[in-house]
Design a protein around this ligand. Sequence first.
Ligand SMILES: [Zn+2]
Length: 133
Amino acid sequence: MLEIDAAATIAEQVSPTSKDAAEKRRDSYLRCDRCRHPITLVSAAIRVDGQHLHHVVNPHGFEYRIGCFRVAPGCRAEGPRVEAFSWFQGYDWQIAHCESCAEHLGWRYECDGDAFFGLIRDKLSDLDEPRSA
Ligand SMILES: [Zn+2]
């Protein structure tokens, strides 16, 4: 169900200019867009159910574009593990916050010891540089 080879694809999407650039992007951090805390690496991107990016809608009608990552060391998963309304069959979920500023960044999914993070793409910045504004 899970593959770990999505990083190259993601890197190419982020920086389609050259293979070298794509290779470099694999080691790039994806940062919390609010506080710039490093959340995960481009190379941690995985595919779940055949794709990295998922367009999902929660029971309240909120839409999210989430990317799947094997690990997210900059996230803190909190609260009860919930089985209801999971976007991934068989996986329960916990809320995942930025461990630095506590911004809600996505969810941690787990099923029989297999775990990954689904992170809200719009809340992660691809830029490694500090924000200028
Ligand atoms: Zn943050």
